[in-house]
Design a protein around this ligand. Structure first.
Ligand code: UN1
Length: 515
């Protein structure tokens, strides 16, 4: 572990205040009503109180967003809406370090990952700006003379965005920037673990709106715990509910939104695996796996959780990964330190889940080959730093099939490629996947319909760190939604099919005759 002393909570609180001020919050709003607490996993201690919304105030935010949608935003030309995200992108560039600071303080991400997350926001602003001139509909040849058949895409209304702690700003920005250029207004309920990053983002977006003359209520922020998110779930005025989090959360959200005929877009848990074939470049495998499994302390939806390795190369792969984890051990600790690669777990419950998973894996015949221990307990008794763990498993047990949101990498072996694909797909989740191979046919088999069943399928690269240009999301228990790039924007709009008769006659389709 890193020997540098952890920063004092008071110093972190001051740094958070300064970053927020720079993002335009002259003073943190006084927590008059129900108050929550901002907290840092770096020391595990509270920073300062923040004001929480109530279900009633969340309802009022939805009302204001709905009013703005109906009165102006839906009819503002899309390229003009694009100017809002263009300006927001400029402000993000200017305040990249401030937002990254807040991400580090609230989530414990190391500096380069926190900056990378803000970079994702800048990237999606550019994508959304281009998109604002490319909300294309098709025209289709009509079967009737004198008729034109086409489709038009319209905004939906209020989009509710519920985000998780682990990507507190990037995932919000994928949803929000795309939703806004599509003509929707947005109400955001961030994780209760990350109110400060949310306040910083909201303040910058407000400023962008002011600068380009867009209405302030195109975006509203509501802070609080589950009941505030539930207010969005239940509110009929929320046309689309986009939620990121656990599969358990998705299972409660989806039927409730569906019951009111609302739309939902879910990005839930993953149990991501890489298949390592005998022909693989093992150096790539080791480097790719260590970043994907131990990066962000294993707290990405796309984190690598299973390594499915051909029997002939498993010993070499394990040796490489365990060796690399040995080097990581010196680099766990204060995320502010340049040399740190693994910051803290977000909270005690992540540590409890990790301990339980390791114990259960051992009971199922697993062998812990590296890591698993808690570190810096004396220096920071309220914080949870852990050594990322590697566990060799005799088979894909119940524990392996569950997502534990912590840095545990399970190693399994296979003999035939069919067996590897079967093991790969035999989990409830379907977010991200990878194959490491030099055999082109094998790579293609993994990419084919009978290969990986995930939403993200990679070759010779790990499971995490997706670019914003592709659609992001996955199948099965991952929820089926797609966000970010490609044509994911279509989920934020409704399609109208238009038939226009310019011929003066009234021929009916399918040759029907009437009157
Ligand atoms: C998430 O963990 O919810 O692919 C998002 C990645 C990031 C996004 C992850 N670009 O790792």
């Amino acid at each position: 572990m890193s020997t540098a002393a952890l920063p004092e909570t008071e110093v972190l609180a001051q740094r958070a205040r300064t970053a927020l001020e720079r993002c335009g919050l002259a003073r943190l709003p006084e927590p008059v009503g129900a108050a929550g607490m901002a907290r840092t996993p770096i020391t595990g201690q509270y920073l300062f109180p923040v004001e929480y919304d109530t279900p009633q105030s969340a309802g009022r935010a939805v009302g204001a967003a709905q009013e703005t949608f109906a009165s102006t935003w839906r009819e503002t030309p899309a390229p003009e809406r694009g100017q809002l995200v263009r300006r927001f992108g400029e402000l993000l560039r200017e305040h990249k370090a401030d937002l990254a600071e807040l991400v580090t303080i609230e989530v414990g991400k190391i500096r380069s990952e926190a900056l990378g997350e803000v970079q994702e926001m800048i990237d999606i602003c550019e994508f959304a700006l281009g998109l604002s001139r490319q909300l294309y509909g098709r025209t289709m040849p009509s079967e009737r003379p004198g008729h034109r058949l086409m489709e038009t895409w319209h905004p939906l209304g209020v989009v509710g965005v519920i985000t998780a702690f682990n990507f507190p700003v990037a995932v919000w920005s994928w949803n929000t920037c795309v939703a806004l250029v599509c003509g929707n207004t947005v109400v955001w309920k961030p994780s209760e673990l990350t109110p400060l990053t949310a306040l910083g983002c909201h303040s910058l977006l407000r400023r962008a709106a002011e600068d380009v003359g867009a209405p302030a209520d195109v975006h509203r922020l509501v802070l609080g715990e589950a009941q505030v998110g539930e207010a969005l779930v239940e509110d009929e005025r929320v046309a689309l509910l986009s939620a990121t989090g656990s599969t358990a959360m998705g299972r409660t959200v989806a039927p409730r939104v569906a019951a009111r005929m609302g739309r939902y877009l879910l990005e839930l848990g993953g149990n991501n695996a890489a298949v390592v074939a005998p022909s693989a470049d093992l150096d790539l495998v080791v480097r790719g796996s260590v970043f994907a499994a131990a990066g962000t302390a294993g707290q990405r939806c796309t984190s690598l959780r299973r390594l499915i390795v051909h029997e002939d190369v498993v010993d070499r792969v394990v040796e490489g990964v365990v060796g690399a984890y040995g080097q990581l051990r010196e680099r766990i600790g204060d995320p502010y330190q340049e040399e740190t690669l693994v910051g803290p777990l977000v909270a005690e419950r992540a540590h409890t889940a990790m301990r339980a998973a390791l114990e259960q894996a051992e009971a199922e015949g697993g062998q812990v080959l590296a890591g698993g221990a808690r570190c810096l307990e004396k220096e920071a008794p309220d914080a949870y730093y852990v050594e990322p763990a590697v566990v060799r498993m005799p088979e894909q047990t119940d524990t392996v099939r569950r997502e534990t949101f912590a840095p545990i990498l399970y190693v399994l072996t296979y003999r035939t490629f069919e067996e590897a694909v079967r093991l790969h797909n035999d989990v409830p989740q379907g977010l991200s996947s990878a194959v490491f191979t030099q055999d082109q046919a094998e790579a293609e088999r993994f990419l084919a319909a009978s290969g990986s069943d995930c939403g993200i399928v990679n070759v010779n690269i790990g499971t995490s760190g997706a670019e914003i240009g592709g659609a992001f999301g996955g199948e099965k228990d991952t929820g089926g939604g797609r966000e970010s790039g490609s044509d994911a924007w279509k989920a934020y709009m409704r399609r109208a099919t238009n038939t226009v008769n310019y011929g003066g006659e009234l021929p009916l389709a399918q040759g029907v005759r009437f009157l």
